[in-house]
Design a protein around this ligand. Structure first.
Ligand code: XMP
Length: 318
């Protein structure tokens, strides 16, 4: 794509001009946006960049290993892997309010990032802020200035650490970020990954987050995504994930009665995440997923499909 090649060269030139020979830190989340930001920065300024991957223990199955392998081994980008699952999950014990979850995670994220960034002596912080992040946090549908959900990137960090921001994706929509990622040589499967929210699985567990509930959600989500990939549907879908519901219901299993948790499957199509339509799976596909989840995941005995578009729903449940 010639236009992305030109954009990439331009972005690299702008980064070099802005940063000079200063040091830059970049928070990696494992998502496409922060990854593309990091790789672009690395192309522009090489080892002046250090990435800090705050692993909050709220990622999906196998995700942390994937990020560490990609950055350390494939790209040779200096990476600090902060494994802080216990700290985050501990701080979230008893927290059920969605905004409190986000704020708790955001605060801890800054704390951890701060600890690891201390030795680096950076002047700049690189962030994968996209155009929709910029506008969604300013106004909603042309209405008054409201934030529907406090978006957790690393707000608050730059002032405290006296860091200047580098945000090379600020003008781009998601599909353009993906094109830029391909231009930078990121593996197609990585570039095509569905968006994943900063607060991770915490906002896909309405009610209290516990290590057990995280495990149950991870297992169900892995099955759902495996079936989506197997059916060749992954790339047609903007985002697909499982939500663990704070509901118990009665079921039958063999000769016995079960009284277990329920989960909801979510899948939407969208161009930018601002509006979304429900993905029209076939009934056969949904039954297959439901059968596998109830059969293979201990703790779930009921599966529902969320048929709400955005608006009036949001893509995530919290
Ligand atoms: P909603 O749920 O608001 O989500 O319709 C729109 C898009 O944003 C993602 N999302 C987040 N991303 N931090 C993020 O980095 C957040 O706190 C957050 N909340 C929602 C969501 O996954 C969807 O792609």
């Amino acid at each position: 794509d010639w236009s992305m090649a030109a954009y990439r060269d331009e972005a690299i030139a702008r980064i070099r001009e802005q940063v000079g020979d200063a040091r830059v830190i970049c928070g990696l989340s494992g998502g496409v946006d922060s990854s593309v930001t990091a790789i672009l920065l690395h192309e522009a300024i090489g080892d002046q960049l250090t990435c800090v991957f705050v692993d909050h223990g709220l990622l999906r199955q196998g995700e942390a290993e994937e990020v560490v392998t990609l950055f350390r081994d494939t790209y040779n980008i200096p990476l600090v892997h902060a494994e802080e699952a216990d700290r985050f999950v501990g701080a979230l014990a008893g927290v059920t309010d969605p905004e409190t979850k986000r704020k708790t995670i955001g605060r801890l994220f800054i704390e951890v990032f701060d600890e690891h960034a201390k030795g680096i002596e950076a002047d700049f912080l690189a962030q994968g802020t996209l155009y929709p992040d910029v506008i969604e946090s300013v106004s909603v549908s042309g209405g008054p200035s409201v934030t529907i959900k406090s978006h957790h990137n690393v707000g608050g960090l730059p002032e405290r650490m006296k860091l200047k921001l580098v945000e090379p994706l600020r003008e781009l929509f998601k599909d353009e970020v993906r094109a830029l990622g391909r231009e930078l040589g990121l593996p197609p499967a990585f570039v095509g990954r569905h968006p994943f929210p900063g607060p991770g699985l915490a906002i896909r567990i309405p009610g209290e987050i516990t290590p057990e509930r995280l495990e149950i959600l991870r297992a169900a989500d892995a099955i759902y995504l495996e079936e989506i990939r197997r059916a060749g549907l992954y790339d047609e879908i903007w985002q697909a994930f499982t939500v663990l519901l704070p509901v118990r219901s009665v079921g039958v299993m063999g000769d016995g009665r079960t009284y277990d948790q329920a989960c909801a499957l979510r899948a939407v199509t969208s161009v930018d995440g601002m509006t979304a339509d429900v993905y029209p799976f076939t009934p056969a596909f949904l039954s297959r997923v439901a059968g596998r989840i109830v059969g293979e995941v201990r703790g779930i005995n009921r599966v529902t499909y969320d048929i709400t578009s955005k608006p009036p729903g949001t893509i995530e449940w919290e």
